[in-house]
Design a binder for this molecule. Structure first.
Ligand code: UDP
Length: 255
């Protein structure tokens, strides 16, 4: 394996997409988003539908895409810990779950003729590259979709925090939070409170202070500190990723 890390990370200051405001984006896919209607495991049709949206993004807008993949469809550390499992051990199992998702997603992307690389924060050399920031940036520049798996590589964190971290590291201009069946941020949980209303634009501190469930507080603080906008939208609606990247009004924008 060629792990040449001496290549200089290229300048990202001069990025301007041909058809939208964003040239490099970080898509966060929760495990739930891969589970589709089943709500658990991996749904192949859902995988292919998301892959085809990413293919369009690459072909039509020539946007550089990093993807951070969750694992909640397979395993959640906090849930296992509630049953008495050691939390760190449970979290490591969760991180491995994200790698299973990443391999399935990579395969779906490649079946859609999208060139990809998977990089993991926990080393699993036989199936994926280790995470190396400068190498990830080179892949993006070459038009490869980079799937970041293994979260941050540390227990007690989440893949939302991994998304914020990787987005900042690769100088992504926005985080696209693709949700499964939720079209934005609401002032209350719409599944519990039917009268909940959608908030189209909100500030980081509103999301943090009101606990609106956008992402966990660690992740949100990191976005706030680095002025990284987040758009929350329903990934299951075909064309939504493209709309988000074009800067069209869609879902909820946290900025
Ligand atoms: N996890 C972790 N550290 C990380 C990212 C994830 O320990 O940096 C573990 C944690 O146990 C978590 C599981 O991996 O419950 C799955 O990730 P997450 O819940 O963030 O996935 P999502 O909700 O996005 O599907």
């Amino acid at each position: 394996m060629n792990l040449n890390v001496s290549e200089p990370a290229s300048e990202v200051a001069n990025l301007k997409g041909p058809a939208g405001p964003y040239h490099r984006v970080l898509l966060k896919l929760s495990g739930e988003a891969l589970a589709g209607p089943k709500g658990y495991g991996i749904d192949q049709q859902t995988l292919m539908a998301i892959s085809s949206q990413i293919k369009r993004l690459r072909l039509e807008l020539d946007v550089q895409i990093g993807v951070v993949i969750g694992g909640g469809n397979i395993w959640r550390g906090t849930e296992a810990a509630q049953f008495g499992m050691d939390r760190a051990q449970a979290d490591y199992a969760g991180m491995l779950g994200t790698i299973i998702n990443a391999l399935a997603f990579q395969d779906a992307l490649e079946r859609s003729q999208v060139t990809t690389r998977v990089q993991t924060a926990i080393n699993v050399y036989s199936v994926a590259e280790p995470y190396i920031r400068r190498r990830a940036i080179r892949h993006l520049e070459k038009g490869r979709v980079v799937v970041f798996a293994g979260g941050t590589g540390n227990p007690y964190f989440s893949t939302d925090t991994a998304a914020a971290l990787r987005a900042v590291e690769i100088s992504a201009q926005i985080i696209l939070m693709g949700k499964n069946g939720t079209d934005g941020v609401y002032d209350a949980d719409p599944r519990v409170t039917p009268s909940a209303t959608k908030i189209d634009r909100l500030g980081y501190s509103q999301a943090l202070n009101q606990g609106l469930g956008v992402m966990d507080a660690t992740a949100l603080s990191m976005c706030m500190e680095n002025n990284l906008p987040i758009v929350v939208f329903d990934i299951n609606v075909e064309g939504n990723i493209i709309k988000a990247v074009r800067g069209e009004k869609i879902g909820s924008l946290i900025h």
